[in-house]
Design a protein around this ligand. Structure first.
Ligand SMILES: [Fe+2]
Ligand SMILES: [Fe+2]
Length: 165
């Protein structure tokens, strides 16, 4: 993955884990890992649910609160941001489907497929635009806000006690 602006590194770090998980989702869905073992499929779905709750949910919040509004101010990025927001909503729908009986293989495939594609769009297009357009003081401020939201969100989900807003 390209060398990132320091403000984007925590998000890129999640992306790195997300890509590895996306690959495993698709391999499980296609029967390339532990074929014929339904428990392995279910374990992968449980891992995806955990990753969704613990990492992706605060990650989406940080993007939606800080990064997307900042980048939507640039005409060139407006359509991309709208698309990424739609995809975030789609992840919520797909994550809910992982808990439903039946169709697990397809749900995992769809989740992994969207996750890879979404991460690549953010890294190659949104983050590249951030590095090109956003003035240094705004980029710095955004980085601090992203870091704060990620830490706050992860602490809250880890059950680490009260988090001051
Ligand atoms: Fe995103
Ligand atoms: Fe992201």
């Amino acid at each position: 993955m390209a060398k990132r602006h320091p403000s984007l590194i925590p998000l890129s770090h999640d992306h790195h884990h997300g890509l590895a998980l996306a690959l495993r989702c698709r391999k499980h869905a296609l029967g390339q890992l532990n074929p014929g073992d339904p428990a392995a499929l279910e374990a992968c779905a449980a891992e995806v649910s955990r990753f969704f709750n613990k990492n992706l949910t605060p990650h989406f919040e940080a993007e939606e609160t800080v990064l997307f509004p900042l980048m939507a101010a640039y005409e060139e990025c407006r359509e991309l941001v709208a698309q990424l927001e739609r995809e975030h909503r789609e992840f919520h729908r797909l994550a809910a489907r992982l808990g439903e009986p039946g169709g697990l293989r397809k749900s995992l495939f769809d989740f992994g497929d969207l996750l890879e594609q979404h991460i690549r769009s953010e890294e190659r297009r949104l983050f590249a635009a951030f590095e090109m357009f956003v003035p240094a003081p705004d980029a710095e401020r955004a980085g601090q806000e992203i870091k704060r939201l990620l830490e706050q969100g992860q602490a809250a989900r880890a059950g680490a006690g009260t988090v001051t807003p």
